[in-house]
Design a protein around this ligand. Structure first.
Ligand code: PLA
Length: 461
Protein backbone atom coordinates (compact mmCIF):
# COMPACT_ATOMS: atom_id res chain seq x y z
CA UNK A 1 0.00 0.00 0.00
CA UNK A 2 1.58 3.27 -1.07
CA UNK A 3 1.15 6.58 0.70
CA UNK A 4 -2.10 8.35 -0.09
CA UNK A 5 -2.80 12.06 -0.44
CA UNK A 6 -3.77 13.66 2.80
CA UNK A 7 -6.24 16.01 1.13
CA UNK A 8 -8.77 14.45 -1.19
CA UNK A 9 -9.98 15.88 -4.41
CA UNK A 10 -8.24 19.25 -4.01
CA UNK A 11 -5.41 18.76 -6.51
CA UNK A 12 -5.12 18.75 -10.24
CA UNK A 13 -3.27 15.66 -11.43
CA UNK A 14 0.11 17.40 -11.89
CA UNK A 15 0.11 19.14 -8.52
CA UNK A 16 -1.24 15.98 -6.93
CA UNK A 17 1.87 14.09 -7.99
CA UNK A 18 4.29 16.56 -6.41
CA UNK A 19 2.18 17.07 -3.30
CA UNK A 20 1.92 13.30 -2.98
CA UNK A 21 5.67 12.85 -3.01
CA UNK A 22 6.31 15.65 -0.53
CA UNK A 23 3.63 14.30 1.79
CA UNK A 24 5.25 10.87 1.38
CA UNK A 25 8.60 12.42 2.32
CA UNK A 26 7.07 14.02 5.39
CA UNK A 27 5.58 10.73 6.45
CA UNK A 28 8.84 8.91 5.86
CA UNK A 29 10.82 11.35 7.97
CA UNK A 30 8.15 11.23 10.67
CA UNK A 31 8.38 7.44 10.64
CA UNK A 32 12.17 7.50 10.76
CA UNK A 33 11.95 9.83 13.79
CA UNK A 34 9.44 7.56 15.50
CA UNK A 35 11.44 4.44 14.91
CA UNK A 36 14.56 6.13 16.19
CA UNK A 37 16.57 5.04 13.15
CA UNK A 38 20.07 6.25 13.96
CA UNK A 39 21.34 7.29 10.58
CA UNK A 40 18.18 8.78 9.16
CA UNK A 41 20.01 11.07 6.73
CA UNK A 42 21.74 8.21 4.94
CA UNK A 43 18.48 6.26 4.70
CA UNK A 44 16.86 9.29 3.08
CA UNK A 45 19.72 10.49 0.87
CA UNK A 46 20.27 7.02 -0.61
CA UNK A 47 17.04 7.56 -2.46
CA UNK A 48 18.62 10.27 -4.61
CA UNK A 49 21.31 7.99 -6.10
CA UNK A 50 22.44 8.69 -9.67
CA UNK A 51 19.41 7.96 -11.87
CA UNK A 52 21.57 7.15 -14.91
CA UNK A 53 23.46 4.35 -13.17
CA UNK A 54 21.44 1.68 -15.01
CA UNK A 55 23.07 2.70 -18.29
CA UNK A 56 26.47 2.00 -16.75
CA UNK A 57 25.47 -1.53 -15.88
CA UNK A 58 24.55 -1.01 -12.23
CA UNK A 59 21.13 -1.89 -10.93
CA UNK A 60 18.79 1.06 -10.72
CA UNK A 61 18.07 -0.30 -7.24
CA UNK A 62 21.73 -0.47 -6.23
CA UNK A 63 21.14 2.27 -3.64
CA UNK A 64 18.42 0.31 -1.83
CA UNK A 65 19.53 -0.43 1.69
CA UNK A 66 18.83 -3.71 3.46
CA UNK A 67 15.84 -3.18 5.76
CA UNK A 68 15.72 -4.84 9.15
CA UNK A 69 13.26 -7.70 9.72
CA UNK A 70 9.96 -6.81 11.36
CA UNK A 71 10.34 -6.95 15.16
CA UNK A 72 7.47 -9.46 15.48
CA UNK A 73 7.21 -11.35 12.18
CA UNK A 74 11.02 -11.42 11.95
CA UNK A 75 11.05 -13.63 15.06
CA UNK A 76 9.34 -16.36 13.00
CA UNK A 77 11.88 -15.86 10.20
CA UNK A 78 14.72 -16.48 12.69
CA UNK A 79 12.85 -19.42 14.25
CA UNK A 80 12.39 -21.07 10.84
CA UNK A 81 16.13 -20.90 10.21
CA UNK A 82 17.02 -22.64 13.48
CA UNK A 83 17.60 -26.39 12.96
CA UNK A 84 17.36 -27.22 16.69
CA UNK A 85 14.72 -29.87 17.54
CA UNK A 86 13.91 -28.14 20.83
CA UNK A 87 13.22 -24.72 19.33
CA UNK A 88 10.08 -22.95 20.48
CA UNK A 89 8.36 -19.98 18.82
CA UNK A 90 6.67 -17.70 21.36
CA UNK A 91 6.99 -14.65 19.13
CA UNK A 92 3.99 -14.01 16.90
CA UNK A 93 0.55 -14.30 18.52
CA UNK A 94 -0.70 -17.39 16.74
CA UNK A 95 -2.69 -20.07 18.54
CA UNK A 96 -1.18 -23.54 18.80
CA UNK A 97 -2.72 -26.75 20.13
CA UNK A 98 -1.28 -28.75 23.04
CA UNK A 99 0.67 -30.60 20.32
CA UNK A 100 2.15 -27.30 19.14
CA UNK A 101 0.19 -27.39 15.87
CA UNK A 102 -1.75 -24.57 14.18
CA UNK A 103 -5.51 -25.00 14.61
CA UNK A 104 -8.27 -24.71 12.04
CA UNK A 105 -11.54 -24.47 13.98
CA UNK A 106 -14.18 -27.13 13.31
CA UNK A 107 -16.76 -24.45 12.55
CA UNK A 108 -14.43 -22.98 9.96
CA UNK A 109 -14.05 -26.39 8.30
CA UNK A 110 -17.83 -26.82 8.32
CA UNK A 111 -18.46 -23.37 6.88
CA UNK A 112 -15.85 -23.95 4.18
CA UNK A 113 -17.48 -27.27 3.29
CA UNK A 114 -20.83 -25.55 2.92
CA UNK A 115 -19.28 -22.91 0.69
CA UNK A 116 -17.57 -25.49 -1.51
CA UNK A 117 -20.77 -27.57 -1.82
CA UNK A 118 -22.78 -24.56 -2.93
CA UNK A 119 -22.19 -24.56 -6.69
CA UNK A 120 -24.24 -21.42 -7.11
CA UNK A 121 -21.36 -19.49 -5.56
CA UNK A 122 -19.19 -17.53 -7.97
CA UNK A 123 -15.90 -15.69 -7.72
CA UNK A 124 -17.03 -12.28 -8.89
CA UNK A 125 -15.52 -9.15 -7.38
CA UNK A 126 -17.07 -8.04 -4.14
CA UNK A 127 -18.21 -4.42 -3.89
CA UNK A 128 -15.51 -1.96 -2.73
CA UNK A 129 -16.85 -2.16 0.82
CA UNK A 130 -16.90 -5.96 0.82
CA UNK A 131 -19.59 -8.50 1.63
CA UNK A 132 -22.71 -6.69 2.89
CA UNK A 133 -23.89 -9.48 5.20
CA UNK A 134 -20.43 -9.86 6.70
CA UNK A 135 -20.33 -6.14 7.43
CA UNK A 136 -23.72 -6.11 9.11
CA UNK A 137 -22.97 -9.16 11.24
CA UNK A 138 -19.50 -7.87 12.19
CA UNK A 139 -20.94 -4.59 13.46
CA UNK A 140 -23.48 -6.49 15.57
CA UNK A 141 -20.80 -8.80 16.93
CA UNK A 142 -18.66 -6.00 18.29
CA UNK A 143 -21.27 -3.33 19.05
CA UNK A 144 -24.09 -5.63 20.18
CA UNK A 145 -27.26 -6.31 18.18
CA UNK A 146 -29.31 -4.09 20.49
CA UNK A 147 -26.89 -1.18 20.24
CA UNK A 148 -28.81 2.02 19.39
CA UNK A 149 -26.19 3.03 16.82
CA UNK A 150 -26.76 -0.26 14.96
CA UNK A 151 -30.53 0.01 15.21
CA UNK A 152 -30.54 3.59 13.97
CA UNK A 153 -28.23 2.71 11.02
CA UNK A 154 -25.66 5.20 12.27
CA UNK A 155 -22.80 2.75 11.71
CA UNK A 156 -20.94 2.25 8.49
CA UNK A 157 -18.92 -0.94 8.24
CA UNK A 158 -16.46 -1.85 5.51
CA UNK A 159 -14.72 -5.19 5.11
CA UNK A 160 -10.95 -4.75 5.21
CA UNK A 161 -7.75 -6.80 5.14
CA UNK A 162 -7.87 -8.11 8.70
CA UNK A 163 -7.15 -5.86 11.68
CA UNK A 164 -4.13 -4.15 10.11
CA UNK A 165 -6.00 -3.20 6.95
CA UNK A 166 -8.94 -1.91 9.01
CA UNK A 167 -6.63 0.31 11.05
CA UNK A 168 -4.96 1.57 7.90
CA UNK A 169 -8.20 2.40 6.10
CA UNK A 170 -9.46 4.14 9.25
CA UNK A 171 -6.19 6.05 9.58
CA UNK A 172 -6.25 7.18 5.94
CA UNK A 173 -9.87 8.28 6.25
CA UNK A 174 -9.11 10.33 9.35
CA UNK A 175 -6.04 11.93 7.76
CA UNK A 176 -8.24 13.14 4.89
CA UNK A 177 -11.46 14.05 6.64
CA UNK A 178 -10.88 14.70 10.32
CA UNK A 179 -9.80 18.06 11.66
CA UNK A 180 -7.23 16.77 14.18
CA UNK A 181 -4.32 14.74 12.79
CA UNK A 182 -2.77 13.61 16.06
CA UNK A 183 -3.40 10.09 17.30
CA UNK A 184 -2.44 9.08 20.83
CA UNK A 185 -1.40 5.45 21.22
CA UNK A 186 -0.64 3.66 24.49
CA UNK A 187 2.94 3.29 25.67
CA UNK A 188 3.77 0.50 24.91
CA UNK A 189 1.55 -0.80 22.14
CA UNK A 190 1.58 -3.24 19.22
CA UNK A 191 4.65 -2.05 17.28
CA UNK A 192 2.87 -1.82 13.95
CA UNK A 193 0.47 0.88 15.21
CA UNK A 194 3.17 3.53 14.88
CA UNK A 195 3.90 2.62 11.28
CA UNK A 196 0.27 2.13 10.24
CA UNK A 197 -0.81 5.52 11.51
CA UNK A 198 2.30 7.41 10.45
CA UNK A 199 1.97 6.09 6.91
CA UNK A 200 -1.72 6.96 7.02
CA UNK A 201 -0.64 10.58 7.38
CA UNK A 202 -1.36 11.01 11.09
CA UNK A 203 1.01 12.31 13.68
CA UNK A 204 1.60 9.74 16.43
CA UNK A 205 1.99 10.58 20.12
CA UNK A 206 1.85 8.31 23.13
CA UNK A 207 -0.05 8.26 26.41
CA UNK A 208 1.16 6.52 29.53
CA UNK A 209 -0.38 3.07 29.94
CA UNK A 210 1.86 0.50 31.60
CA UNK A 211 3.71 0.80 34.86
CA UNK A 212 6.78 -1.49 34.87
CA UNK A 213 7.07 -1.17 38.65
CA UNK A 214 3.65 -2.70 39.33
CA UNK A 215 3.43 -4.57 36.02
CA UNK A 216 -0.06 -3.13 35.90
CA UNK A 217 -1.96 -0.16 34.50
CA UNK A 218 -0.65 3.36 35.06
CA UNK A 219 -4.19 4.67 35.32
CA UNK A 220 -3.22 8.02 36.78
CA UNK A 221 -0.71 8.61 33.99
CA UNK A 222 -3.28 7.60 31.39
CA UNK A 223 -5.86 10.04 32.76
CA UNK A 224 -3.31 12.85 32.94
CA UNK A 225 -2.04 12.33 29.41
CA UNK A 226 -5.47 12.01 27.81
CA UNK A 227 -6.64 14.91 29.96
CA UNK A 228 -3.96 17.15 28.48
CA UNK A 229 -4.30 15.94 24.87
CA UNK A 230 -5.59 18.64 22.52
CA UNK A 231 -9.34 18.71 22.19
CA UNK A 232 -10.43 16.47 19.32
CA UNK A 233 -7.28 14.31 19.28
CA UNK A 234 -7.73 10.70 18.19
CA UNK A 235 -7.10 8.07 20.88
CA UNK A 236 -6.21 4.50 20.02
CA UNK A 237 -7.62 2.09 22.61
CA UNK A 238 -7.09 -1.68 22.70
CA UNK A 239 -10.61 -3.08 23.10
CA UNK A 240 -9.35 -5.97 25.25
CA UNK A 241 -6.28 -8.13 25.84
CA UNK A 242 -3.85 -5.25 25.44
CA UNK A 243 -0.85 -6.19 23.31
CA UNK A 244 1.91 -6.52 24.49
CA UNK A 245 1.19 -5.98 28.18
CA UNK A 246 -1.87 -8.20 28.83
CA UNK A 247 -3.09 -5.39 31.11
CA UNK A 248 -6.62 -4.04 30.62
CA UNK A 249 -8.52 -1.36 32.54
CA UNK A 250 -11.38 -2.59 34.74
CA UNK A 251 -14.93 -1.77 33.62
CA UNK A 252 -15.06 1.04 36.20
CA UNK A 253 -11.83 2.46 34.79
CA UNK A 254 -13.23 2.15 31.26
CA UNK A 255 -16.21 4.22 32.35
CA UNK A 256 -13.85 6.90 33.69
CA UNK A 257 -11.89 6.83 30.44
CA UNK A 258 -15.14 7.20 28.50
CA UNK A 259 -16.17 10.24 30.53
CA UNK A 260 -12.76 11.86 30.04
CA UNK A 261 -12.69 11.09 26.31
CA UNK A 262 -16.17 12.52 25.81
CA UNK A 263 -15.61 15.57 28.01
CA UNK A 264 -12.48 16.50 26.03
CA UNK A 265 -14.12 15.65 22.68
CA UNK A 266 -11.40 13.11 21.90
CA UNK A 267 -12.18 10.63 19.11
CA UNK A 268 -11.83 6.99 20.23
CA UNK A 269 -10.43 4.48 17.73
CA UNK A 270 -10.71 0.93 19.10
CA UNK A 271 -8.43 -1.85 17.95
CA UNK A 272 -10.31 -5.10 18.57
CA UNK A 273 -7.94 -7.87 17.57
CA UNK A 274 -8.76 -10.32 20.37
CA UNK A 275 -12.53 -10.32 20.99
CA UNK A 276 -13.20 -13.53 22.95
CA UNK A 277 -9.55 -14.22 23.72
CA UNK A 278 -9.34 -12.21 26.94
CA UNK A 279 -12.21 -13.70 28.96
CA UNK A 280 -13.43 -16.45 26.63
CA UNK A 281 -16.67 -14.48 26.14
CA UNK A 282 -17.33 -12.43 23.02
CA UNK A 283 -19.79 -10.19 24.87
CA UNK A 284 -17.62 -9.48 27.91
CA UNK A 285 -14.62 -8.62 25.75
CA UNK A 286 -16.73 -6.22 23.67
CA UNK A 287 -18.01 -4.34 26.71
CA UNK A 288 -15.55 -1.41 26.58
CA UNK A 289 -16.40 -0.74 22.92
CA UNK A 290 -20.11 -1.07 23.62
CA UNK A 291 -20.19 1.52 26.38
CA UNK A 292 -18.62 4.04 24.00
CA UNK A 293 -20.83 3.08 21.08
CA UNK A 294 -23.97 3.35 23.21
CA UNK A 295 -23.42 6.87 24.55
CA UNK A 296 -24.44 8.65 21.36
CA UNK A 297 -20.87 9.77 20.58
CA UNK A 298 -18.76 8.82 17.61
CA UNK A 299 -15.99 6.24 17.43
CA UNK A 300 -14.09 3.92 15.10
CA UNK A 301 -13.55 0.20 15.57
CA UNK A 302 -11.09 -2.05 13.73
CA UNK A 303 -12.00 -5.74 14.03
CA UNK A 304 -9.88 -8.77 13.22
CA UNK A 305 -10.98 -12.39 12.82
CA UNK A 306 -7.37 -13.60 12.70
CA UNK A 307 -7.21 -14.81 16.27
CA UNK A 308 -10.77 -15.44 17.41
CA UNK A 309 -11.71 -17.44 14.31
CA UNK A 310 -8.18 -18.58 13.54
CA UNK A 311 -8.39 -16.98 10.07
CA UNK A 312 -4.92 -15.42 10.20
CA UNK A 313 -3.92 -15.87 6.55
CA UNK A 314 -7.40 -15.25 5.17
CA UNK A 315 -7.05 -11.59 6.17
CA UNK A 316 -10.61 -10.96 7.33
CA UNK A 317 -11.51 -7.85 9.27
CA UNK A 318 -13.81 -4.86 9.35
CA UNK A 319 -13.72 -1.17 10.05
CA UNK A 320 -16.84 0.33 11.62
CA UNK A 321 -17.39 4.04 12.06
CA UNK A 322 -20.17 4.96 14.47
CA UNK A 323 -21.63 8.32 13.44
CA UNK A 324 -24.20 10.71 14.87
CA UNK A 325 -26.74 10.13 12.11
CA UNK A 326 -27.52 7.69 9.32
CA UNK A 327 -26.98 10.48 6.81
CA UNK A 328 -23.43 11.17 8.02
CA UNK A 329 -22.72 7.42 8.08
CA UNK A 330 -23.73 7.15 4.41
CA UNK A 331 -21.43 10.01 3.39
CA UNK A 332 -18.57 8.60 5.46
CA UNK A 333 -19.00 5.29 3.67
CA UNK A 334 -18.84 6.99 0.28
CA UNK A 335 -15.45 8.45 1.27
CA UNK A 336 -14.17 5.16 2.67
CA UNK A 337 -14.75 3.75 -0.81
CA UNK A 338 -12.45 6.43 -2.22
CA UNK A 339 -9.77 5.35 0.26
CA UNK A 340 -10.12 1.65 -0.55
CA UNK A 341 -10.53 1.65 -4.34
CA UNK A 342 -7.02 2.91 -5.22
CA UNK A 343 -5.45 0.84 -2.42
CA UNK A 344 -6.66 -2.70 -3.23
CA UNK A 345 -9.93 -2.10 -5.10
CA UNK A 346 -12.06 -4.51 -3.11
CA UNK A 347 -11.45 -7.18 -0.46
CA UNK A 348 -11.19 -10.97 -0.89
CA UNK A 349 -14.36 -13.04 -0.81
CA UNK A 350 -13.45 -16.35 0.82
CA UNK A 351 -12.65 -15.44 4.42
CA UNK A 352 -15.55 -13.03 4.74
CA UNK A 353 -17.90 -15.73 3.42
CA UNK A 354 -16.64 -18.12 6.10
CA UNK A 355 -17.29 -15.54 8.81
CA UNK A 356 -20.76 -14.67 7.47
CA UNK A 357 -21.69 -18.36 7.29
CA UNK A 358 -20.74 -18.83 10.94
CA UNK A 359 -22.25 -15.61 12.27
CA UNK A 360 -25.61 -16.10 10.53
CA UNK A 361 -26.18 -19.69 11.65
CA UNK A 362 -27.20 -20.17 15.28
CA UNK A 363 -25.66 -23.66 15.59
CA UNK A 364 -22.37 -22.74 13.97
CA UNK A 365 -22.22 -19.56 16.04
CA UNK A 366 -22.75 -21.50 19.28
CA UNK A 367 -20.13 -24.04 18.30
CA UNK A 368 -17.73 -21.20 17.54
CA UNK A 369 -18.18 -19.72 21.02
CA UNK A 370 -17.36 -23.12 22.52
CA UNK A 371 -14.21 -23.52 20.43
CA UNK A 372 -13.19 -19.95 21.19
CA UNK A 373 -13.64 -20.49 24.92
CA UNK A 374 -11.53 -23.66 24.69
CA UNK A 375 -8.68 -21.64 23.12
CA UNK A 376 -8.97 -18.93 25.77
CA UNK A 377 -9.08 -21.54 28.54
CA UNK A 378 -6.01 -23.32 27.23
CA UNK A 379 -4.11 -20.03 27.31
CA UNK A 380 -5.28 -19.37 30.89
CA UNK A 381 -4.18 -22.86 31.89
CA UNK A 382 -0.73 -22.21 30.35
CA UNK A 383 -0.44 -19.11 32.54
CA UNK A 384 -1.15 -21.19 35.62
CA UNK A 385 1.27 -23.92 34.61
CA UNK A 386 4.12 -21.51 33.87
CA UNK A 387 3.52 -19.59 37.09
CA UNK A 388 3.44 -22.82 39.16
CA UNK A 389 6.58 -24.13 37.48
CA UNK A 390 8.55 -20.93 38.20
CA UNK A 391 7.35 -20.94 41.83
CA UNK A 392 8.30 -24.59 42.29
CA UNK A 393 11.66 -23.91 40.69
CA UNK A 394 12.25 -21.01 43.09
CA UNK A 395 13.05 -18.61 40.26
CA UNK A 396 13.79 -15.22 41.85
CA UNK A 397 11.09 -12.58 41.35
CA UNK A 398 7.37 -12.12 41.69
CA UNK A 399 5.77 -13.90 38.74
CA UNK A 400 2.15 -13.28 39.72
CA UNK A 401 1.73 -11.00 36.68
CA UNK A 402 1.76 -14.14 34.54
CA UNK A 403 -1.62 -15.14 35.98
CA UNK A 404 -2.94 -11.61 36.37
CA UNK A 405 -2.37 -10.54 32.76
CA UNK A 406 -4.92 -11.56 30.16
CA UNK A 407 -5.15 -12.43 26.51
CA UNK A 408 -2.61 -14.00 24.26
CA UNK A 409 0.55 -12.49 25.73
CA UNK A 410 2.54 -12.29 28.93
CA UNK A 411 4.76 -9.26 29.29
CA UNK A 412 7.36 -11.08 31.32
CA UNK A 413 9.60 -8.22 32.38
CA UNK A 414 12.61 -10.02 30.90
CA UNK A 415 14.99 -7.57 29.24
CA UNK A 416 16.48 -7.69 25.73
CA UNK A 417 19.72 -9.24 27.00
CA UNK A 418 17.85 -12.02 28.80
CA UNK A 419 15.71 -12.62 25.71
CA UNK A 420 18.82 -12.89 23.51
CA UNK A 421 20.31 -15.35 26.01
CA UNK A 422 17.17 -17.53 25.97
CA UNK A 423 17.18 -17.59 22.18
CA UNK A 424 20.88 -18.41 21.93
CA UNK A 425 21.08 -21.00 24.67
CA UNK A 426 17.56 -22.46 24.72
CA UNK A 427 16.28 -21.81 21.17
CA UNK A 428 13.28 -19.97 22.57
CA UNK A 429 12.09 -17.25 20.22
CA UNK A 430 10.21 -14.19 21.50
CA UNK A 431 10.12 -10.45 20.90
CA UNK A 432 12.98 -8.48 22.43
CA UNK A 433 10.61 -6.55 24.74
CA UNK A 434 10.13 -9.75 26.76
CA UNK A 435 6.67 -10.55 25.42
CA UNK A 436 5.79 -14.22 25.09
CA UNK A 437 2.83 -15.66 23.25
CA UNK A 438 1.12 -17.92 25.80
CA UNK A 439 -0.81 -19.44 22.89
CA UNK A 440 2.43 -20.93 21.58
CA UNK A 441 3.13 -22.77 24.83
CA UNK A 442 1.97 -26.28 25.83
CA UNK A 443 2.24 -28.51 28.91
CA UNK A 444 5.16 -30.26 27.22
CA UNK A 445 7.13 -27.07 26.62
CA UNK A 446 6.50 -25.34 29.99
CA UNK A 447 9.50 -27.07 31.66
CA UNK A 448 11.85 -25.98 28.86
CA UNK A 449 10.64 -22.36 29.11
CA UNK A 450 10.93 -22.50 32.90
CA UNK A 451 14.55 -23.67 32.64
CA UNK A 452 15.32 -20.86 30.22
CA UNK A 453 13.69 -18.13 32.33
CA UNK A 454 15.36 -19.47 35.46
CA UNK A 455 18.78 -19.44 33.83
CA UNK A 456 18.25 -15.98 32.30
CA UNK A 457 17.12 -14.47 35.60
CA UNK A 458 19.75 -16.10 37.79
CA UNK A 459 22.68 -15.54 35.42
CA UNK A 460 21.74 -12.17 33.95
CA UNK A 461 19.48 -10.80 36.70
N1 PLA B 1 -3.90 -5.09 16.45
C1 PLA B 1 -3.24 -5.71 17.44
C2 PLA B 1 -3.29 -5.15 18.81
C3 PLA B 1 -2.55 -6.90 17.17
O1 PLA B 1 -1.90 -7.51 18.16
C4 PLA B 1 -2.52 -7.42 15.86
C5 PLA B 1 -1.77 -8.66 15.53
C6 PLA B 1 -3.25 -6.72 14.88
C7 PLA B 1 -3.93 -5.57 15.21
C8 PLA B 1 -3.31 -7.15 13.45
O2 PLA B 1 -3.76 -8.39 13.22
P1 PLA B 1 -4.27 -8.86 11.80
O3 PLA B 1 -3.94 -7.83 10.80
O4 PLA B 1 -3.57 -10.13 11.55
O5 PLA B 1 -5.73 -9.02 11.99
N2 PLA B 1 -0.60 -8.91 16.28
C9 PLA B 1 0.13 -10.16 16.14
C10 PLA B 1 0.63 -10.39 14.73
C11 PLA B 1 -0.73 -11.35 16.52
C12 PLA B 1 1.36 -9.26 14.07
O6 PLA B 1 2.22 -8.63 14.67
O7 PLA B 1 1.02 -9.02 12.89
C13 PLA B 1 1.31 -10.09 17.13
O8 PLA B 1 2.04 -11.09 17.24
O9 PLA B 1 1.46 -9.05 17.80
Amino acid sequence: MSPQFTVSGAHSSSTAASSSSSSADRRLSALVRHLGVEDSTSAMSDISANPTSAFNGDSVFAHVVQAPEDPILGVTVAYNKDPSPIKLNLGVGAYRTEEGKPLVLNVVRQAEQQLVNDISRVKEYLPIVGLAEFNKLSAKLILGADNPAVQESRVTTVQCLSGTGSLRVGGEFLARHYHERTIYIPQPTWGNHIKVFTWSGLSVKTYRYYDPATRGLNFQGLLEDLGSAPSGAIVLLHACAHNPTGVDPTLEQWEQIRQLVRSRALLPFFDSAYQGFASGSLDSDAQPVRIFAADGGECLVAQSYAKNMGLYGERVGALSIVCKSADVARRVESQLKLVIRPMYSNPPIHGASIVATILRDRDLFNEWTIELKAMADRIISMRKQLFDALKTRGTPGDWSHIIKQIGMFTFTGLNAEQVAFMTKEYHIYMTSDGRISMAGLSSKTVPHLTDAIHAAVTRLG
